[in-house]
Design a protein around this ligand. Structure first.
Ligand code: FE2
Length: 353
């Protein structure tokens, strides 16, 4: 297999254009991003939505392989570019579901080889942070990254994003979705732009029966999930259980974030990941941040979830800071790739400066 071309041929050009490919979970996203305004040239997404039950990796992969070609074409045509105009390809190689990741990696390898474009490997978690920094303009924040598969408090220190707290078991988004499914109010998980837990919690009040677990710097949600499902099955008022589950889940992650803020001494806080769109979580983080005289900004909801833009953006940052591209044959997926294993040489640089 041919190795990727070096990016030197595009160095003299005035702008850099990246094609980003995201396929770690339920979204097959492809976007075209430039290092010059208006930056985001296109953002095409195909969402896998199960008709019942949870997400089955094999079914996701099947859906991704069906839509991959059309999503790539849509991203290019909406951006008004062809593959010839693209300077680099960036692909999320982890962490995520193996069968889903393999579709994105295969598409990226094929495009890189066919069009001789340099290929950049991107960590999905790092990309969630970079797009949050880019869109909020916060330069050096404490990051609260909450999604279906991740609950992590991270911040940059000495060359990498370091983890200052995380979940010991299931992630915040997974807790909400699994609970909703178990008590029979999902799927769909989002109705009218709101999570079904938020709808269920209306009119609810706090009950004492559910466990609040913070161990050291970490949160734990699996005991909360089991206890909450048990209460509903025993006939407790559903609104009260939804309300309390959400209160405990959000308050514990904000408590851990507060410790991270005190420990790092950072003056900015950003909220990113799929659960970042939650209004209540935003209110809780804002209140905590204010009490520490820090600035808080959430990522715009449109980019809170998975998308190709964040992958392309991170690829551009890597490219511009001299990170070498990888040969297509080395684009191997890494299902458990932690974000604190990635060097971040571009940290001082934010596009648009
Ligand atoms: Fe994500």
């Amino acid at each position: 297999m041919a190795t990727a071309a070096t990016p030197s041929s595009s160095d003299e050009r005035s702008r850099v254009i990246a094609l980003g490919i995201e396929s770690t979970a339920h979204t097959f996203g492809v976007a075209v991003v430039s290092d010059k305004p208006p930056y985001i040239l296109s953002d095409a997404r195909g969402h896998y939505r199960p008709s019942k039950g949870g997400i089955l990796p094999r079914e996701v992969a099947q859906y991704f392989s069906q839509v991959a070609g059309s999503v790539v074409r849509e991203a290019l045509s909406k951006a008004g570019v062809s593959m010839d105009d693209v300077d680099l390809i960036a692909v999320a190689l982890g962490p995520g579901m193996g069968p889903a990741l393999r579709i994105g990696a295969t598409v990226a390898r094929a495009l890189s080889s066919k069009y001789s474009k340099p290929l950049y490997s991107v960590n999905h978690g790092v990309a969630h942070i970079e797009i949050a920094r880019f869109l909020t303009g916060l330069r050096d924040p404490l990051v609260i990254y909450v999604s279906g598969g991740t609950t992590t408090i991270a911040s940059y220190l000495e060359g990498r994003y370091r983890v200052f707290g995380e979940t010991l078991d299931i992630a915040l988004g997974n807790l909400q979705d699994t609970f909703a499914r178990e008590i029979g109010i999902a799927p769909p998980y989002i109705v009218g732009g709101r999570h079904v837990i938020d709808i269920c919690a209306e009119g609810g009040r706090f009950i004492e029966e559910l466990p609040y677990v913070v161990k050291g710097q970490d949160v734990s949600y699996s005991g909360l999930l089991t206890a909450a499902v048990r209460l509903v099955k025993k006939g407790w008022r559903r609104a009260d259980v939804c309300y309390t589950l959400r209160e405990i889940a959000y308050s514990s992650v904000v408590e851990v974030a507060e410790r991270g803020l005190a420990h790092t001494g950072k003056k900015e806080v950003v909220l990113t990941g799929g659960v970042a769109a939650s209004k209540l979580l935003n209110e809780k983080v804002e209140a905590m941040t204010k009490s520490h005289n820090a600035r808080f900004k959430p990522i715009p909801p449109k980019y809170a979830g998975d998308n190709g833009v964040m992958i392309a953006l991170t690829g551009i940052l890597a490219f511009k800071s001299g990170v070498p591209p990888i040969p297509p044959e080395d684009a191997i997926i890494r299902q458990r790739w932690r974000l604190d294993r990635v060097d971040i040489p571009w940290y001082p640089m934010i596009l648009g400066d």
